[in-house]
Design a protein around this ligand. Sequence first.
Ligand SMILES: C[S@@+](CC[C@H](N)C(=O)[O-])C[C@H]1O[C@@H](n2cnc3c(N)ncnc32)[C@H](O)[C@@H]1O
Length: 268
Amino acid sequence: MSEENIFERNRAAWNEASGYHQKARNGSLAERFKDPAFTTFNRACDQNLNEKLRQIDFHGKTISHIPCNNGRELLSLMKLGAREAVGFDISDAAILEAEQLTQIAKLNAKFVRTNVLDIDSKYNNSFDFIFISQGSLQWFPDLNDYFSVIARLLKKDGKIIISEIHPFKYFFENGFSFKEQNFDKLTSYFETEPNSYPTGLDYIGNVEYDSSECFWFMHKMSDIITAILHNGIEIEDFDEYQNDMDGTPDPAVEGKFPFSYLITARKK
Ligand SMILES: C[S@@+](CC[C@H](N)C(=O)[O-])C[C@H]1O[C@@H](n2cnc3c(N)ncnc32)[C@H](O)[C@@H]1O
C-alpha cells in the first residue's frame, strides 16, 4: 500500500476515534478549559515531564505540538507563558475540537489540519519549541521523514521535548496478556511491516469497536535516536521510566520494564 493510502486510512480511523473520545469525555474538557488554571498535564505519570517543562522559559515564545490531536496539550502548554501556538494534525474531527477548545480557553493558538509530512513551508524556522507526545511517532512509516519536518520547522536553537510511550511497550500492543503469557501475540522489536488496531483507538473510553483500518509502525529506540541526530538535532537529555502512560502496568511486571521515555533536544 502507498504511503498516501496509509495516511488517508489513518485519517479516517482518527476521525472515527474522535467521536468515541468525545463521548467518553462527555464535554468535560470544554468545561475544564473554562478554568484559566486548568492543565491536562496533571496525571501522576506527568511528573517527570512537568520537571522538564519547568526548565524551559516559554515567555514570548512560539510553540507547536506535532501531531496535536484535539489541542488539549498545546493549550495547556500555552499557559506556561508562550506568545503564540500552532498545532498540526491529520484528523478533521480533532482539529475542529481543538478550535472549539481554543475559543473556550481564550488563548492565542491556531490549528491546522494536515499530514505532518505536508506541513506548509511557510512554517519553516518558525518555532522556539515543539512538543511531541504520547502515541505520535508510531503513525509515521519512516522517522527520518518525520524528524526532517521537525528540523525544518524549528528555529536555530529551538527545543523539542518528546514524551512518548517506550518502544518496549509496543511489544504488547497486539493482544499479548501477561496472565495468559501468549507469546505468539508479541510484536517483534524488529517488525518493519505495519501493524493495526482492529478494535479501534478509543484509549479514553476503552470502547472496542470494529475500527476503520489503520496502520502503525514499530520503531526501535535506535531508529528514534538516529532519526533525530541525522536531522541536525542534538539530544541533550534522555531518560527511560517505569510509568505506563496508559495506566497502571500489570502487577506481574510493574517496576521491571521501561514503559515511557523523555528526550530533550535542540536544533543545532
Ligand atoms: C495518540 S494521538 C497523539 C497526540 C496526543 N498525545 C494525544 O494523545 O492526543 C495521535 C494523533 O496523531 C495524528 N496523526 C496520525 N498520523 C498523522 C499524520 N500523518 N499527520 C498528522 N497527524 C497524524 C492523529 O490524528 C492523532 O490525533
